[in-house]
Ligand binder design. Structure first.
Ligand code: DX5
Ligand code: ZN
Length: 217
């Protein structure tokens, strides 16, 4: 399986965002992972659609926008219009009905859509949406902050989702986010992930292209 790397700009220097995006684009990144936090769904606040729009203007990398916001239905279309290529919403952020509506609206804008599961959320929570998903994202840390420790106990959940995706929707990508580094990347890949988000592991590296290569396992 081809492994894709999605550097997270959460660990970039926001005062030099264009420079730091270019560094990962030139370093071979496949996606740019954009963490949107509202201070409500998670205890941190990051960036919103104006910044996504500005990022869109300076890079051709596909933008993988991870919405850590309460009731994302209010904003999914805005993020699509701002230039996201793929938008993921947390299943914990609203009712099942509204999460399905989010995916419909993202697709209605011609963009790819997916659901995200927090560590305590079981694999089954993704099932009602699988047919609609272009991506399922398994959190391997509690969302909110970069630089946390990889939760290896998420691997059974990842394997279960890989199985279901292979059986029911093979075009769906399976992404992991949190604590991915040169060692943990192998664990995630061995358990079925094909897209790896990495924030601190990429941006703390002296050799960014070398680190991105290493993360492919
Ligand atoms: C955490 C974010 C992650 C974060 C990962 O809530 O969703 O994307 O940037 O950071 P690292 O790779 O440092 O664990
Ligand atoms: Zn993320």
């Amino acid at each position: 399986m081809t492994i894709k790397i999605a550097p997270s700009i959460l660990s970039a220097d926001f005062a030099n965002l264009e420079r730091d995006i270019r560094a990962v684009a030139e370093g071979g990144a496949d996606y740019l992972h954009v963490d949107v936090m509202d201070g409500l769904f998670v205890p941190n606040i990051t960036i919103g659609q104006p910044v996504v729009r500005s990022i869109r203007a300076v890079t051709n990398l596909p933008l993988d926008v991870h919405l850590m916001i309460d009731r994302p239905l209010r904003y999914v279309e805005d993020f699509c219009e701002a230039g996201a290529d793929l938008v993921t919403v947390h299943v914990e952020a609203d009712t099942e009905e509204n999460t399905a509506r989010c995916l419909e609206r993202i697709h209605g804008k011609g963009k790819r859509a997916g659901v995200v599961l927090k560590p305590k959320t079981p694999a089954e929570a993704a099932l009602p949406f699988l047919e609609q998903c272009d991506m399922v994202l398994v959190m391997t840390v509690e969302p909110g902050f970069g630089g946390q420790k990889f939760m290896a106990d998420m691997m059974p959940k990842l394997r279960t989702l890989r199985q279901w995706i292979d059986q029911r929707r093979p075009e769906c990508e399976l992404e992991v986010d949190g604590g991915i580094g040169p060692d943990t990347c192998r664990t995630a890949i061995a358990n079925g992930a094909n897209v790896l988000v990495a924030g601190s592991a990429v941006y703390m590296a002296d050799d960014i292209p070398g680190r991105i290569r290493a993360l492919r396992g």
